[in-house]
Design a protein around this ligand. Structure first.
Ligand code: FES
Ligand SMILES: [Fe+2]
Length: 412
């Protein structure tokens, strides 16, 4: 349970809010690179309550500017990509990716007025099919050396989708290992899969360790014959997580290896009541089966990135299906289940009236870490997992995967 003040600190992300300032200390994804190929129309986007326009200049560099032109506030996403930047189509002012005003055609030729104009601009980089930005003050931190940032492009598969709820609900769902025994349960018959291990022990033991990047969560389930199934999941400051996800290659083609990569869910606020979830899948040893990911993850998304199953149609819940095969009657796609549950908690969870249990240990640790990071930041210190030098990120302790071990050995 949190106080209202703590809940506000963690959930409000607009400019100037403590939580918003914390999120702005980190690089954040704002689009997929394939949504903005060279020559594409600029994209209007909303991030943490700010209306922005993302574009690629004639050199192919991504730029992120405040949406409204600093002259008389026309929408720059309708602008022309030319003159070394983005030109407003109202009176022709042009801006580069750094927010410098390059041209003001209506002003006297000798005027230096344009040099006084500095439009809001955030630095962007293309990394692993994502466009990342830094919306904080001062120079951006170094990029964390996540292995998937430097992997060959066909080892990484990414999609994004809208969730109609606060981003913290996404954070919390990712590090709530017990829900895997219920929410996502799909009848697999007699087949022994990792999914069935999750259903075999509904009261897993959850261990939590604070790390240099966030929280490591080890979840153990007794699966019979003296064995236990252990999964390692991570909360990554301040709005990301990594976990054993869907198979990265078709199990009919290659034997599944849950330690040959992982999935990440990165939850970026659009505003306080909506967020964009970036679902990233990374395979270490070779190319990902992109068609398989498309079927397992992207199936069920509309073109506008909202879900086919949504609040307006009660997520197409089917009671016959609940009796016959799935626990919640919403198909087999985990993304749909997670979107339903996080949205069903309301636009912003009222954490002043919740009743946490022992399986919420990781969520409690994450909230504490976020609140201390806000504290540290307010005292002028760098929050956890922000470094000016890439060498200072300690990702050698970062592991995501699963193992089966003897329950007897483990108890000794
Ligand atoms: S409003 Fe953009 S140039 Fe005038
Ligand atoms: Fe889930």
């Amino acid at each position: 349970m949190l106080t209202q003040h703590q809940n506000d600190l963690l959930t409000r992300s607009g400019p100037g809010t403590p939580g918003g300032k914390l999120l702005r200390c980190y690089w954040q994804p704002v689009a997929l690179a394939n949504e903005l190929p060279a020559g594409a129309a600029p994209l209007p986007i909303r991030v943490m309550g700010e209306d922005l326009v993302l574009f690629r200049d004639e050199q192919g560099r991504p730029g992120l500017l405040a949406l409204r032109c600093p002259h008389r506030k026309a929408d720059l996403s309708y602008g022309r990509v030319e003159a070394g930047g983005l030109r407003c189509v109202y009176h022709g002012w042009a801006f580069d990716i750094h927010g410098r005003c390059l041209e003001q055609p209506g002003e006297p030729r000798e005027s230096s007025y344009k040099d006084l104009i500095r439009h809001t601009a955030y630095p962007c980089v293309d990394v692993s099919g994502l466009i990342l930005t830094y919306m904080g003050e001062g120079a951006p931190p170094a990029l964390p050396p996540f292995p998937f940032f430097s992997a060959p492009s066909d080892h990484v598969w990414t999609r994004r989708m809208i969730h109609e709820c606060n981003y913290l609900q996404g954070n919390e769902g990712n590090i709530d290992p017990q829900h895997l025994s219920f929410l996502h349960r799909v009848d697999m018959g007699a087949q022994v899969t990792y999914g069935s291990y999750l259903a075999r022990d509904e009261a897993p033991v959850i261990d939590v360790t604070e790390t240099s990047y966030g929280v490591r969560i080890e979840t153990s389930r007794i699966i019979g014959e003296g064995r236990r199934y252990v999964r390692t999941t991570n909360f990554i400051m301040p709005n990301n997580s990594s976990f054993v996800g869907v198979p990265l290659v078709d199990p009919k083609v290659a034997s599944p290896d849950s330690n040959d990569g992982y999935s990440l869910n990165w939850h970026v606020p659009i505003d306080d009541y909506t967020h964009m979830k970036y679902a990233i899948c990374y395979r270490i040893s070779g190319p990902i089966d992109a068609d398989l990911q498309e079927r397992l993850i992207a199936d069920g998304l509309k073109e506008d990135l909202s879900g086919v199953r949504n609040r307006r149609n009660r997520y197409l819940q089917n009671r016959d299906e609940m009796r016959a095969s799935t626990f919640i009657g919403m198909g087999a796609n985990f993304q749909d289940h997670d979107r339903w549950v996080t949205e069903s908690q309301g636009p912003i969870v009222d954490r002043t009236t919740e009743n946490l249990g022992s399986t919420d240990r990781a969520i409690i640790a994450m909230r504490k870490q976020m609140l201390s990071a806000i504290d540290a930041m307010e005292q002028g210190k760098l929050p956890l997992f922000v470094h000016e030098d890439a060498a200072d990120y300690r990702l050698e302790e970062f592991f995501t995967g699963s193992r089966i071990e003897s329950a007897r050995d483990a108890a000794q």
